[in-house]
Design a protein around this ligand. Structure first.
Ligand code: NAG
Ligand code: NAG
Ligand code: NAG
Ligand code: NAG
Length: 531
């Protein structure tokens, strides 16, 4: 009910806000997106001119991470053009004390990967003559750097004296891309990772294969993509592509969590893995059509073991996403061998138990490989016996009952991720980002312990109607609404204020060459394509 009310309110707001007024509010130059946890301006504080040509980053004395750290070096190189835009011509030549941003990191470590437990907090202090960014980890330093001074459009640049103390509200802030329904070129994935970093997203959930195609090139089972990709030469991700994605993401403090969804959503696996899928029957004869993975033959588990052995070494993150959604039982029901197996093993007619039989063995295999796992909510709904450390991913809107599902999942003691209200592939006329923005993930009945089990959420971009032509405008700036909800304090929910900051941020994105669509009527100083 709470959720239904939230939606009504959001619709109401959408209608009541005079859109023209929204568009004409001045965009606060340098406004921050997502909003930091705390920002203060010292009383009587001034501003300091920053000259692009002289500006540099430097490692502060005593920092546990020094020059030569690839993550920081690459960030310094990336950020300069982002901060100062395209031109330093006509820059005044006077002296300014604000030439150097010092970066201090208290915990050593540069070569590793970010994880669910990584600290992302940072502090940015700017006073006349001293600019210091301090963080516990390099990942926190990455989160802080781009706040400096976010996209002030005209020369010379100024930065206000200010102090920002910032940290994320939720540790898992993800974006799902689906590369099975349409193949997304590597470049589109890398560009998306850039914009994710601007939004402080920290998880790329790679829904890499599904029914329509299998673009992942497996070294153990090369036939999977040879037979299952749309085109085995051009529409595949090679081992080197996958490594590029993982390293590109790491340099931006983003985790890559791959999803290999089973036992359903696996049609494209069939041609390259004979005997893996269940033959469906019409009457007494196989129909030639295949269903979910066949859970009753030993060869399935041999295959799954070898396949996930490979996957768990290719993807360094502790977590794999194992899917488990929308398993269609009709094919299993039609198959006489499966019915006989069910009768023999006492499963009777309960196909949820058969699914559970498969998933439990899969979870055992994956945890014996030293990995943790995330599964879609059906695995929980169907009473599969789960390890207590499983993360349940809530995706069904279910007449706005998704918050009750969050309550149920956390009451059972599992950690939860929310995606149900954040399917960015769904579009509607008007400012539909507001609906995503107004979602409050903890707005369910539950104890503080339950709320603490919500580790975050993910925006999803399913690929039925999305390929590289429309991916970027559909993602941005709408994805930013989810990013701020997951990063900022729960009290940051003023839609008018968010509109002004998001519109400004979208202009910043255009300046960075990102084809982000407009929120409403208005203009940017620099339009996409160089106007
Ligand atoms: C900087 O300070 C000026 C003057 O107080 C103010 O108008 C401007 O909005 C501030 N900019 C930022 C990014 O806070
Ligand atoms: C499948 O494996 C189980 C347990 O390892 C074994 O008992 C059974 O005989 C095997 N079935 C076949 C057909 O090999
Ligand atoms: C949550 O659990 C209750 C009690 O078992 C059940 O009645 C309800 O349908 C569940 N809610 C959802 C959204 O699954
Ligand atoms: C969020 O903001 C409220 C109100 O300013 C404050 O009481 C609360 O401590 C903040 N939460 C965090 C985690 O800082």
């Amino acid at each position: 009910m709470a959720a239904a009310r939230a939606l009504q309110l959001s619709l109401l707001r959408l209608l009541l806000l005079p859109p023209l007024l929204l568009a004409l509010l001045p965009s606060p130059a340098g406004a921050l997106w997502p909003q930091p946890q705390a920002q203060s301006f010292p009383p009587g504080g001034g501003r300091c001119p920053v000259l692009a040509r002289r500006f540099r980053f430097a490692v502060a004395d005593g920092s546990a991470v020094g020059p030569g750290c690839a993550v920081l070096d690459a960030a310094f190189q990336r950020y300069w053009p982002l901060l100062f835009g395209r031109t330093t011509e006509n820059e005044p030549s006077w002296e300014t004390p604000c030439t150097k941003l010092l970066v201090y990191v208290s915990t050593p470590g540069c070569d590793g990967f970010p994880s669910l437990d990584s600290s992302e907090s940072y502090k940015l202090s700017v006073s006349k003559g001293s600019m210091l960014l301090s963080a516990e980890t390099i990942w926190g330093a990455l989160r802080g750097e781009l706040h400096f001074p976010q996209g002030i459009p005209t020369l010379p640049y100024y930065i206000n004296e200010t102090e920002i103390v910032d940290f994320p509200r939720f540790p898992h802030r993800g974006l799902l891309l689906d590369t099975s329904r349409h193949y997304l070129p590597l470049k589109a994935i890398l560009e998306t990772l850039d914009v994710m970093a601007y939004n402080k997203f920290n998880v790329f959930h790679w829904h890499i294969v599904d029914d329509p195609s299998f673009p992942y090139e497996s070294s153990t089972f090369p036939e999977l993509s040879r037979q299952g990709a749309f085109n085995a030469m051009t529409h595949v991700y090679t081992a080197s592509d996958v490594r590029s994605v993982i390293e590109y993401a790491r340099l931006r403090g983003i985790r890559v969590i791959a999803e290999f969804d089973t036992p359903g959503h696996t049609l494209s696996w069939g041609p390259g893995a004979p005997g893996l899928l269940t033959p469906c029957y019409i009457g007494k004869a196989p129909s030639g059509v295949y269903g979910p993975i066949n859970p009753i033959v030993n060869s399935t588990y041999q295959f799954v073991t070898s396949f996930f052995q490979e996957v768990s070494t290719v993807f360094p993150d502790f977590f794999l996403h194992l899917g488990g959604d929308e398993v269609d039982f009709t094919c299993w029901q039609s198959n006489p061998e499966i019915r006989a197996f069910m009768a023999e093993t006492g499963l009777g007619e309960d196909y949820k138990k058969l699914e559970s039989f498969y998933i439990q063995r899969l979870l055992d295999i994956v945890s014996s490989l030293g990995k943790g796992y995330i599964v879609w909510q059906e695995v929980f709904d169907n009473d599969v016996k789960l390890r207590p450390d499983t993360i349940i991913h809530v995706w069904k809107e279910n007449n706005l009952q998704y918050l009750n599902e969050m309550a149920n999942v956390t009451r059972a003691g599992y950690r939860a991720l929310l995606s149900a209200p954040w399917y960015l592939n769904r579009i509607s006329y008007g400012q539909d980002w507001i609906e995503a923005y107004n979602v409050e993930p903890l707005n369910f009945e539950g104890s503080p312990e339950q709320k603490a089990l919500v580790i975050g959420g993910e925006a999803c971009m399913w690929g039925e109607y999305v390929d590289v032509t429309n991916l970027t405008p559909r993602l941005w700036p709408r994805g930013g609404a989810v990013a701020e909800r997951l990063w900022s304090n729960e009290t940051v929910k003023d839609v008018q204020d968010a509109y002004a900051r998001l519109a400004e941020f979208r202009c910043t994105l255009l300046g960075r060459g990102v084809q982000a669509q407009p929120l409403y009527v208005g203009y940017c100083d620099h339009e996409f394509g160089g106007v």
